[in-house]
Design a protein around this ligand. Structure first.
Ligand code: MG
Length: 489
């Protein structure tokens, strides 16, 4: 006779064996690298049609990975960074506009960033590049889930006159300490320094998992390509700087290959907003898209994006489903084996199905286009409905008057047939207009309403200081608007 206790013991041993085998064979959480270029237009790189400069490393990345052709950021820098890091529209987390040095506001330390979520899942984390979510110590990357930080903490055109040197400079931080004060001339080394720092982090964290967030200072004006790249393209300094960014991408991907991490590393390349045509001019371009940085026309917010993960993402593919930076947090947490709690609310959705080819459908029912705190448009599938006047971009001289629209008199575009948003087809599609109007009205009630309980506050500090001693500029000299949080750069 069999001893029932023995049977029970045997069963429990077998179950334990099965569980431990399953655990052993489960895929290790992937490393994640997000390369986030500043002000790179939809048409500025080879895989998205650029002809004015060559980008061989990005061409190879796209050939080995997936192009995402309907991937959305935000119209301006700080908002775009808040979105990527929190998985929320900027207005939800109190970041509707751009921050300036020594402002009192920043991304609320209470917000849980993608770095904090991945860190809690055992990831080593680093931020290398432009932070731009507040420069006070309370707001720095090291307080938002990053083990380390190296970079210029805001835009490279936010120079102030240093008391120490008498020169107009921006600070280069290591963690929370000013390592160097950079003149515009010294800024020409920023891509090379950032690339070296990124590769060093990958080497040190190779036993993984790691999360590297690399928001480049490039290619935001002032345009300061590295000396090795100056004069290398037919597209002036801007083209040269894009070429240097392309080199940097190659260095990062080469490091990943050399360390034999490619089959377990997801790399996303994207941009924070459209091209700054108003300042850089025609060297930068949104390609076939209408509008530029600062606008909710497609050219202001649809950004050139490539996802690379050899063995997991099918090579040479293109995905036109609607996705965006707000989806990176839930996607990466899912891939890392974690879950995002239902509270606090986020707007992004897990898009790993698009990347891994298990689902061609966007994980979101719609995408909403905000400028500042105002909702300007909504996209569902191929259709985009504009419900507010849209300017063509920031700083454009002799710009055409914004094209008017309202919730009662909206404009409708078929983006599949008319990617350049040239023809309002609202009159021919009343049922589509009604559907998208209802979505827009609901979002107006939610995030469009300053009293909405679903909007969360920014962080605010008393007595903010510049992070290096600066000569006080008279208001006439100062380019910055009063307060912070404006939708301007
Ligand atoms: Mg930008």
């Amino acid at each position: 006779m069999t001893d029932p206790n023995l049977v029970a013991r045997l069963v429990s041993v077998l179950v334990a064996l099965a569980v431990s085998t399953g655990t052993t064979h489960a895929a290790a959480p992937p490393n994640v690298v997000v390369i986030f270029i500043d002000d790179l237009g939809y048409g500025d790189i080879g895989p998205f049609g650029a002809t004015k400069q060559q980008t061989p490393n990005l061409d190879r990345m796209a050939a080995e990975g997936m192009k995402l052709t309907s991937f959305y950021a935000a119209p301006v820098c700080s908002v775009s960074r808040a979105q990527l890091l929190t998985g929320c529209y900027g207005v939800r987390v109190g970041v509707p506009g751009v921050y300036f040095p020594a402002g009192p506001k920043g991304l609320n330390p209470a917000e849980v960033t993608i770095a904090e979520r991945l860190k809690s899942l055992g990831y080593a984390t680093a931020c290398v590049g432009k932070w731009h979510l507040g420069d006070q110590p309370e707001f720095l990357p090291t307080r938002q889930g990053f083990d380390r930080y190296y970079g210029i903490p805001y835009s490279n055109d936010m120079q102030r006159v240093s008391v120490a040197t008498g020169q107009r400079v921006v600070p280069l931080l290591r963690d929370e300490t000013v390592a160097e004060l950079l003149t515009d001339e010294m800024q020409t080394a920023i891509v090379e320094k950032s690339t070296a720092e990124a590769v060093r982090f990958i080497e040190e964290a190779k036993d993984g998992p790691f999360f590297l967030y690399m928001p480049h200072t490039a290619v935001h004006a002032p345009i300061v390509p590295g000396k090795r790249f100056q004069g290398k393209t037919q597209n002036g300094k801007f083209g040269d700087w894009v070429a240097e960014v392309d080199w940097s991408v190659g260095e990062v991907l080469d490091a990943i290959r050399r360390l034999k991490l490619a089959d377990n590393t997801l790399v996303i390349f994207t941009s924070d907003n459209g091209p700054w045509v108003g300042v850089v001019g025609d060297a930068t371009t949104a390609g076939p898209l209408r509008g530029s940085k600062g606008s909710t026309w497609e050219g202001g917010v649809r950004v050139p994006t490539i996802a690379w993960w050899p063995g997991r993402i099918k090579p040479g593919t293109t995905c036109d489903a609607v996705a965006g930076t707000i989806d990176l947090l839930p996607t990466c947490v899912k891939l890392a084996g974690g879950t995002v709690p239902s509270e606090p609310v986020i707007d992004g959705r897990d898009m790993s199905g698009l990347l891994l080819g298990s689902s061609p459908e966007s994980p979101r029912y719609a995408h909403f286009y905000f400028l500042g705190e105002g909702l300007q448009a909504v996209r569902k599938g191929r259709w985009k409905l504009a419900i507010a006047s849209q300017a063509s971009g920031m700083g454009i001289k002799n710009a055409l008057a914004p094209e008017p629209a309202s919730l009662d008199q909206p404009r409708l575009y078929d983006l599949d047939a008319d990617i350049g948003e040239t023809t309002n087809v609202a009159a021919s599609h009343p049922e589509v207009v009604a559907d998208l109007k209802a979505l827009a009205a609901a979002m107006q009630q939610d995030l469009g309403n300053p009293q909405s309980p679903t909007r969360r506050p920014p962080g605010i500090v008393a007595n903010p200081q510049t992070i290096y001693p600066t000569v006080l500029q008279s208001p006439k000299q100062s380019k910055e608007p009063k307060g912070t949080g404006s939708a301007r750069e």
